[in-house]
Design a protein. Structure first.
Length: 131
């Protein structure tokens, strides 16, 4: 259960509806997901977060599928169930297969394990890595 009221489109004020309309137009969908409905309790934060998402997740040096897969990896590591589901769905829509997801999760698991080992052992960073 959400800690805040989820603001449905029909109940949104004009400022929130404008952001919702942009989200639907940009994503080519006809609905608003619960993350945005929760943020709509603070319209300024909703707009700021949506503008950041549009900027960061737009095609660039990394293609959109890679960005979604990185988002899945970080979300899984951070334990965010909502973002893991949301960005896995988005990555699948961009072409990620089940085999790719499983390989991604294997890399995530390995990185988390070796990160903990390196941090726990306080292994000094090799100077060659710092070039």
């Amino acid at each position: 259960m959400s800690l805040v009221t989820l603001i449905e489109y029909a109940d949104a004020n004009a400022e929130v509806r404008a952001v919702y309309d942009d989200i639907m137009r940009t994503r080519g969908v006809d609905w608003i997901n619960n993350f945005w409905k929760a943020l709509a309790n603070d319209p300024a934060q909703l707009r700021r977060q949506w503008e950041t998402v549009k900027q960061v997740m737009a095609p660039g040096a990394l293609d959109p599928l890679v960005k979604e897969m990185v988002y899945v990896a970080v979300s899984a590591t951070n334990g965010c169930e909502y973002c893991t589901y949301s960005h896995t769905a988005s990555a699948r829509n961009k072409g990620m297969s089940d085999a790719m997801l499983m390989e991604l999760m294997a890399v995530v698991g390995l990185a988390n394990e070796t990160n903990r080992l390196a941090n726990g052992l306080r292994v000094p960073v090799d100077p060659r890595f710092k070039r």
